[in-house]
Design a binder for this molecule. Structure first.
Ligand SMILES: [Zn+2]
Ligand SMILES: [Zn+2]
Length: 367
């Protein structure tokens, strides 16, 4: 048995929000240093860590990535951080695999890089690590995520997770205030917001594409009900299964918002505040992961690729830099679902995660 449960139990009871993973990263960095890795803390002034092991022989540079952050929930009226996306599981799996790989002295060529990134849930952790230069010398990067039970039960794993692109658009709409008795002298920001929401709802992409766009927040209040409101704030959530489709959907959304607000004389400031690219998965890396899964779980343990409308900021690595990427899903009998405040999974699945992670590393850096 490995140390994975010990690491998991420690990390699970110190959940920290994105960019605040101080205790989490201190623990991981210290464990990695003890194991013999060269560790860089505070990558790009964040809580991110990169650790490296150089075999001293020529060969590829493989990066393995785990995320460290918890989610902010409101439970019983109190704000609290909780690991409801299983990032404590991912970190424990990678930490344990990293320790065992060195202990067993099986890395025979190239370099192994471990990326423990902050703030996946904020959508900006991977970008911060990329700006810190951590993958500039990397040839291949692999990430993983625990999967809900209905998608992939324990003792099964999928070698490719096709996540979707997601984008948040925020619009501040400016009208002109007026007395409720003289609406012709004002420009009603609430009317403009309604027009913008309706205009976005009429957007169509080709029916063969998978996408959705919907307003998710609308705030407009002049403080009184007998005046024309002059300010409104609206948000939209956009999802597509591919990056080209997101480019099209985003352009059409921005255009629809601008033209509809301007059609009644309003002005609008539009910001794209969060952008996560869709999965860009390399077939060679997927093959390596699939072989590793079969080695550990048998042929019957290998599930088909999974397509999900969820987002994962991991895909900034292949989209921002020229690096081959693979991303796999680990079955862990996870219920009732990711991000649910009472999310639970079978922690004995972590052992499978360690074995598959090690097998992937050795297929690339073993003899
Ligand atoms: Zn999540
Ligand atoms: Zn997650």
């Amino acid at each position: 048995m490995s140390n994975v449960l010990e690491h998991y139990q420690y990390l699970h009871q110190i959940p920290e929000l994105g960019f605040e993973e101080h205790k989490t990263s201190a623990y991981i960095a210290q464990q990695l240093e003890q194991a013999g890795y060269t560790v860089t803390r505070n990558v790009n002034n964040t809580t991110g860590i990169v650790a490296q092991y150089d075999s001293g022989k020529p060969g590829p540079v493989l990066a393995l990535r785990a995320d460290m952050d918890a989610l902010g929930h409101i439970i019983d009226g109190k704000h609290c951080a909780r690991h409801t996306c299983g990032h404590d599981g991912h970190s424990s799996i990678l930490l344990t695999a990293a320790q065992e790989l060195i202990k067993e002295n099986n890395i025979k060529k190239g370099r192994l890089k471990l990326i423990f990134q902050p703030a996946e849930e904020l959508g900006s952790g991977a970008l911060a690590m990329i700006e810190g230069g951590v993958i500039d010398d990397v040839d291949m990067i692999i990430g993983l995520h625990l999967r809900p039970k209905d998608e992939c039960p324990k003792d099964f794993a999928s070698a490719a997770m096709y996540y979707s692109a997601s984008t948040t658009v925020e619009a501040s709409i400016h009208g002109i205030p007026a007395h409720g008795a003289r609406p012709h002298l004002g420009i009603n920001a609430l009317d403009a917001a309604t027009l913008a929401i309706q205009a976005v709802n009429t957007i169509h992409l080709a029916p063969s594409l998978t996408y959705s766009v919907k307003a998710t927040r609308c705030i407009c209040d002049a403080g009184v009900t007998n005046a024309i409101p002059s300010e409104a704030y609206v948000c939209w959530d956009l999802r597509t299964s591919t990056n080209p489709a997101m480019n099209e959907l985003k352009a059409k959304t921005l255009n629809a918002i601008k033209l509809s607000v301007e059609s009644i004389g309003g002005k609008v400031d539009i910001n794209v505040t969060k952008e996560i690219p869709a999965a860009e998965i390399d077939n060679d890396v997927t093959k390596i992961i699939a072989e590793a899964i079969v080695d550990v779980l048998g042929k019957e343990g290998l599930k088909d690729p999974i397509f999900t409308p969820g987002g994962e900021d991991f895909f900034n690595y292949p989209c921002q830099r020229n690096v081959k990427a693979g991303f796999w899903g680990l079955g862990a009998d996870l219920t009732p679902g990711l991000h649910h405040p009472e999310m639970k999974f079978d922690t004995s699945a972590l052992e499978n995660g360690v074995k598959i992670t090690k097998a992937c590393a050795l297929k690339v850096l073993g003899k």
